[in-house]
Write a protein that binds this ligand. Sequence first.
Ligand code: GLV
Length: 314
Amino acid sequence: MDRNGEVSIALGLRSAEAASEWRSQLQQALPQARIVDDAPDAPAADYAVLWRPQAGFFSRQPRLSAVFAAGAGVDWLLADTSLPAGLPVFRIEDGGMAEQMAAYCVHEVLRRHYRVDRYEAQQREAQWREWPYLSPAGCTVGVFGLGKMGEPIARALASLGFSVRGYARSARALEGVECFDESHGLERFLSGCQMLVLAAPLTPATRDRFDATRLACLPRGAWLINVARGELVREEALLAALDAGHLAGASLDVFRTEPLPPDHRLWRHPSVRITPHVAAITVIAESARQVATRVLQLRAGQTPSGLVDRGRAY
Ligand code: GLV
């Protein structure tokens, strides 16, 4: 902050379109702010809004007092070895993303439960065949991760009558959701999930958590939905489980390598549905208002919510 009380915010965003939108939304939400682009001669800013910035960002911005990730996940930022130790990191909390993610998961669950794929295949063959009704209450959907994204997903599915169980690191109580935590064991949680939604952050504790052993804990014919991060799942184990028919299919929005390489086997797997990391897109207007509020709180000496615990990695 300079002597006139002006606050400056640097933008370290991958896409020029996103930077231009952030600039205009931040300027609206915080008219007194000076927004600076990432450039070698950029003035030193107080804060930064970041999404996978260009290498060297932190050496070009040496006087930051806090940074805001322009999304919910901060794994990419915490993995950046140039991120100064002790620099407070905030993440967007919901910011319009939870609703999108819940809608995405509801869509995938309904498709699977009400056999839309099967009816689409029948339509291609001009085949009129009715399948018996299946009650949603008879279908257990597990949600791994009950945070800002997972909880609304679990609630949305429960409101549609599915039997929902959730898994969180520590004990949670959520109406209409059977809650599991580490004390119950992940394997026990998984063994009852006919569908499994991954909605947890990528941390050292969740990386590779869904390997061959964990996937084998799911009942035969289960369906996996990953809207978290690709690194939660061992892709070769997933492909093996799909090939063996242990998993009936998967709806994948995130991958270990993004964009998913054109020759990746997942693209063409008949039991896989793919979207290009769009289950929840940052709503910049709402997120900019959240950042503006937090900047004002920081300037007033308060601690805004959304502060990342670097030890836990989210
Ligand atoms: C998207 O993946 C996000 O972390 O917001």
